[in-house]
Design a protein around this ligand. Structure first.
Ligand code: SF4
Ligand code: SF4
Length: 90
């Protein structure tokens, strides 16, 4: 399981979530931030910080935004350690 960033982040992307994440999970995916599912420890600290309620535990993602579970996960496919570090948001 992991937490997931969903559609309301697009157009907001203020980074409030990244400031509280103890595991530096948040990465810049262009129009939005995404969470590294392999680094997330499901602490839930980020969700209440989001001003537009874009962050959900994977199993609680609203039906209309289910595709964002894959979008967060696949962002990291094939990314080198260097690229991952470069795109990390803290
Ligand atoms: S649930 Fe915790 S570890 Fe996972 S992204 Fe949010 S703050 Fe980071
Ligand atoms: S706090 Fe919410 S809107 Fe802001 S970057 Fe994080 S997920 Fe996106």
């Amino acid at each position: 399981m992991a937490y997931v960033v969903t559609s309301p982040c697009i157009g907001t992307k203020d980074g409030a979530c990244a400031k509280v994440c103890p595991c530096a999970c948040f990465h810049d995916a262009g129009e939005m931030l995404v969470i590294d599912p392999d680094a997330c420890i499901d602490c839930g600290l980020c969700a209440p910080e989001c001003p537009v309620a874009a962050i959900f535990a994977e199993e609680d993602v609203p039906e209309a935004d289910r595709g964002f579970v894959e979008r967060n996960r696949t962002f990291f496919d094939g990314l080198s350690v260097e690229e991952k570090n470069r795109l990390r948001v803290v």
